[in-house]
Design a protein around this ligand. Structure first.
Ligand code: MG
Length: 265
């Protein structure tokens, strides 16, 4: 971000030197009024070295947490207790076993202790191998971004439901671009790029939340603008908020979650 600001500042400075600023032309062209001026430019005049780009060491696999990620669940009870509570802020009774945590019907949502604004999120999830129910009743859970905006988790492998409520949807707002579901019982991934909404002092929206989602490496949401927080009945609308946690939904089905990590942006 700093480098982008630096570049933008530099070009603005060049543009301000131009006697007649033409927004249709790149700033360099405005300063260099002739081919001769352009010819005097050297490559290093548009090369920026500082500040050096921060180094992040990637995981062995793209799904592994990179060095600057905050690991919210690594398959252990210790990690679960350290990072998640139930809706009351108490330890959750969801079951941790076999390197994953599974929804316990009636246990309610789980909520991350960390509160987030903009982030990159990786979540591994699995719907039950034993197929029970249909439509919204099969392997339903969900990831509530900033505790408000649901990225649907559902078993939609050969299971039709309303398109804006299936896996990869932002529930009741945006259907996924494609159905990239694996078979029930197989591990799946979501990789999410989330930009929090911004609000004016009077509480109205300055800029909406934006979301990009890849499911199993397939793009299913492409930088969409949300209409507000998720509503089961009614029209989504915004209520001003700041940093907020993640929540995973208890919809009564034993959906499991594996590795979860996040990078603050
Ligand atoms: Mg759901």
């Amino acid at each position: 971000m700093r480098t982008q600001l630096l570049v933008a500042t530099m070009f603005l400075a060049i543009a301000s030197m131009a006697q007649t600023a033409d927004p249709q032309k790149p700033a360099v062209q405005q300063v260099a009024k002739s081919k001769e001026d352009l010819a005097k430019m050297k490559p290093e005049m548009t090369e920026f070295w500082d500040p050096e780009v921060a180094i992040v060491t990637p995981g062995q696999l793209p799904s592994d947490a990179p060095s600057d990620a905050i690991v919210l669940f690594d398959g252990t009870q210790e990690s679960f207790n350290a990072n998640w509570t139930n809706a009351k802020g108490e330890p959750s009774n969801w079951t941790v076993a076999n390197h994953c945590v599974t929804v316990v019907k009636g246990g309610g949502i789980i909520r991350s202790k960390i509160e987030l604004e903009d982030f990159q999120l990786h979540v591994e999830w699995r719907t039950p191998a034993e197929v029970i129910g249909e439509s919204q009743g099969r392997g339903n859970s969900g990831i509530f971004l900033q505790a408000r905006y649901e990225l649907q988790v559902l078993d939609n492998y050969q299971n039709r439901t309303y398109r804006n409520g299936q896996a990869g949807s932002i529930y009741k707002q945006y259907a996924p671009l494609v159905n990239a579901c694996k078979k029930p019982g197989e591990w799946q991934t979501y990789d999410v790029i989330y930009t929090a909404p911004r609000f004016k002092a009077d509480g109205t929206v300055f800029s909406p939340a934006r979301v990009t989602v890849l499911q199993n490496g397939v793009l299913v949401q492409n930088n969409i603008s949300l209409f507000g927080h998720t509503e089961y009945i009614g029209i989504p609308k915004y209520a001003a908020h700041g940093a907020a946690p993640l929540e995973l939904q208890d919809h009564g089905n034993p959906v499991s979650y594996g590795n979860i990590w996040v990078r603050k942006l």
